[in-house]
Design a protein around this ligand. Structure first.
Ligand SMILES: [Zn+2]
Length: 430
């Protein structure tokens, strides 16, 4: 399975028309072009689509007739162009019967975000699960169970999932669907896509796997607080800390897809050992486990015999303590905030982002963390104050990665709509 981002395109002629071989491939490519335009706009007229894609109006009308028949688009009324312009019928992405299931498995939870083709949310939940303490076999079985329940819920809502994408906090070989290394889950060379596919068996839904921060960064760029900001860094705020980097409007993946491992920047050579085995990684200073250890050591991660609470509950406990002025917690959050700013300054020096969007628990505690983090950032970024870069709290919360995973599935469907449309007993008329 090739990695496909929002930007992926077929080769296009200067006029905009696609250049694949054969009439069937041409029709698929043109359907994809039209769907992509509709994904990026709320609604468009046929004339708008013809103009944007470079396709003939008659071709667009033919394609639209097929998409309407297959309920992948819907008529949304009449648009008037200009004061005396002719009324034009507009269409929008529909596909209420086509499901896209996004999932995330992290240290202490599994999250689910299922939508239809237009992005309408059909199922959303978070299941507390001790992934760290379970072996990979049990964790994958549990993930499979949660996936089956989500598929059932989506079917009850009228949508059949056409794809599943799973976000994982670690290095992922997206082509093979293998988790190369997820230090905080103790996973190593785990063929997650194959294993999950075989658990789901008869459902026969294609499974993809990707890095959690990359998927969350896509969600932020598409629909978050800094949506449309072409240069942004997203930071996950879980037990592990990962980064997703959008540069010039594109996700930066690197040669092997392993970029963004910012949690393992060494910031303190005399610090603690990290889940990755190295010493003094940034996440040992700013990860949720570090904050819990400093703010409420009696509930620290990894203590024997302790039940694993929902991460949201842990964070809510800390927020309550901070709101009541608990001195130990104030000191803990100030320290984490300063380390957050220090690491953020390295990222700002490297990537010159306009915004560093902080997710997970960072966002929940933003009002206490950000003053400290922003101070450090201003102090340590070489280009400050000329280059404006601000920390901003994500509004997508713990659901960012699963939301990004669902939109990646939608993007895959739009890139190759044949997968949900064939068999097509039609003459190759386009
Ligand atoms: Zn590390």
């Amino acid at each position: 399975m090739a990695q496909v981002t929002k930007e992926s395109h077929l080769t296009r002629a200067p006029g905009g028309a696609a250049l694949p071989a054969g009439p069937a491939a041409l029709r698929r490519a043109n359907l994809s072009l039209v769907l992509r335009e509709l994904r990026d706009h709320t609604s468009l007229s046929r004339a708008d689509i013809a103009e944007a894609t470079g396709l003939h109006r008659a071709t667009v009308s033919n394609l639209m007739a097929e998409l309407l028949e297959r309920r992948l688009v819907r008529e949304v009324g009449v648009e008037h162009v200009g004061a005396i312009g002719r009324p034009r019928r507009a269409v929008a992405l529909h596909g209420a019967h086509v499901g896209a299931l996004g999932m995330e498995i992290n240290v202490d939870y599994i999250a689910v975000h299922g939508t239809d083709l237009s992005g309408r949310v059909l199922v959303e939940r978070r299941v507390v699960y001790d992934t760290m303490g379970s072996g990979p076999d049990s964790a994958v079985r549990r993930l499979g169970l949660v996936a089956k329940e989500a598929v059932e819920a989506m079917r009850r809502a009228g949508a059949v999932p056409a794809g599943i994408a799973v976000a994982v906090p670690g290095l992922v070989d997206v082509t093979r669907g293998v988790v190369t290394l997820a230090p905080n889950l103790y996973w190593h060379d785990l063929p997650l896509a194959d294993q999950l596919s075989s658990i789901l068996g008869p459902l026969n839904v294609p499974v993809r796997v990707d890095n959690d921060a990359n998927l969350a960064a896509l969600a932020e760029y598409t629909s978050g607080i800094a949506a449309g900001t072409p240069d942004l860094v997203y930071l996950t705020g879980e037990v592990g800390v990962g980064g997703g980097i959008i540069s010039g409007g594109k996700l930066l993946r690197g040669a092997d897809g392993f970029s963004g491992e910012v949690g393992h920047l060494r910031v303190d050579p005399n610090g603690d050992q990290c889940g990755c085995g190295r010493i003094g990684c940034w996440e040992t200073k700013v990860g949720l486990a570090a904050l819990v250890r400093a703010a409420m050591p009696e509930q620290a991660y990894g203590l024997p015999g302790m039940p694993v609470p929902d991460p949201g509950e842990r964070v809510a406990d800390i927020a309550r303590g901070l709101a009541s002025g608990d001195r130990r917690m104030m000191m803990a959050v100030a320290q984490v905030g300063e380390w957050l700013g220090l690491g953020g300054s390295i990222l700002a020096n490297l990537f010159n982002p306009r915004a560093i969007v902080i997710g997970g628990y960072f966002a929940s505690l933003a009002q206490w963390l950000l003053p400290h983090a922003q101070d450090q950032l201003q102090r340590l970024v070489v280009a400050a104050p000329a280059a404006q870069c601000r920390f901003v709290a994500s509004t997508l919360g713990f659901g960012a990665a699963s939301r990004g995973a669902a939109s990646m599935v939608v993007n895959h469907i739009i890139d190759d709509p044949a997968a949900i449309m064939d068999p097509l007993p039609r003459p190759a008329a386009y």
